[in-house]
Design a protein around this ligand. Sequence first.
Ligand code: NAD
Ligand code: MG
Length: 394
Amino acid sequence: MQAICVLGSTGSIGTSTLDVVLRHPDKYRVVALTGHKNLPLLIEQALLCQPDYLVTSDSDSYTTLTSLANDTGIKAKILCGADALVDVASLPEVDTVMAAIVGAAGLPASLAAAEAGKKVLLANKEALVMSGHLFMQAVRDSGATLLPIDSEHNAIFQCLPSDFKYGDLSASGISKILLTGSGGPFRTLPLAQLAAVTPAQACAHPNWSMGQKISVDSATMMNKGLEFIEACWLFGLQADDIQVVLHPQSVIHSMVQYVDGSVIAQMGNPDMRTPIAYGLSWPERMMSGVAPLDFSQLCDFSFSLPDAQRYPNLMLAIDAFQQGQAATTALNAANEEAVSAFLSTRIGFCDIAKINEAVVARINTNRTPQTLADILAIDTEARSMAGAIINGMS
Ligand code: NAD
Ligand code: MG
């Protein structure tokens, strides 16, 4: 039995994780569930999973969650606040932590899971974008097992040879990592119309159903930028080891190109339960509930390269990776503020890239954060710069 803690259980990845876990009650036991403000769903999940701990990271929700738990006969210990996320991610009885909180809010608990030597199933890409160096060091020091849940990174992981040595592509005869992306909902929209797109249009991804923040990131392709940085840290890559390829059908989830001309791709329906199930059961495989690919229905596969004018955020992220950890932390923070302002209609779609670019240009990126506190200080500084720019725009 694997004992699991699901950080962010009420989100898109969290609910897909529980869907997979509940298909295999003989293999998994849920020890802790965490949510933020969606208490009815958290209660519903607790009734199904019977966890030992139930956490709301929103301290104001503690009293309500406690009374809802009492009313429904839930016996779990109720905890609240950001520190409680770190506590449950490090519980000695937990084997596996699904890190599925969105954004920088997930960093302390995702990092704590790595430091505690857990099997870490990482969906919270922002944690690695902010703290790649520290995070990978924690994994090495503690002997944690880090498995990527992001579909592209999970695909790359599946296409790499089992003896792949971190950072050494040539030892495995690899020439390129091909990171695929759909191009989002505005791939073919005339550029002049981009400025007027609404949050509802940006959140309507053509192939994937996801949380709001990652949906907007997919529309701007900041998501691919964050994934570019994530891939560099996960596999020890340099920027020129990766090529981003647009593949609008989202059936190929990424590829590895070898020096002999072979390209190994991982395919499947766009459903996160596949990478989640692979992470949970690795190195074995198990049923995930995902329908098999129907080759009688798959018609065209198309590929192209991303256009820098349409996707300035992708280019900003690649540049930031080359500048270092302060730049990637600042970019991530600016982007979270900008996306939130866009979702509340305070700024337009094209302003997101302008804010991101301005913050990375202004902040001192010539420093190397050594601790979580250093990283969080840069995050705070970048958010306040972004906030000032947003106030000036709205
Ligand atoms: P979501 O918005 O659906 O869910 C986010 C979860 O985080 C929820 O449980 C929410 O309660 C919790 N949360 C929100 N704010 C919080 C805070 N301040 N403190 C603590 N918890 C908080 O997001 P999602 O789409 O499930 O994405 C989660 C992570 O997985 C993101 O990092 C995203 O980039 C990554 N990811 C998602 C997908 C996908 O298909 N949804 C695919 C790949 C990677
Ligand atoms: Mg992805």
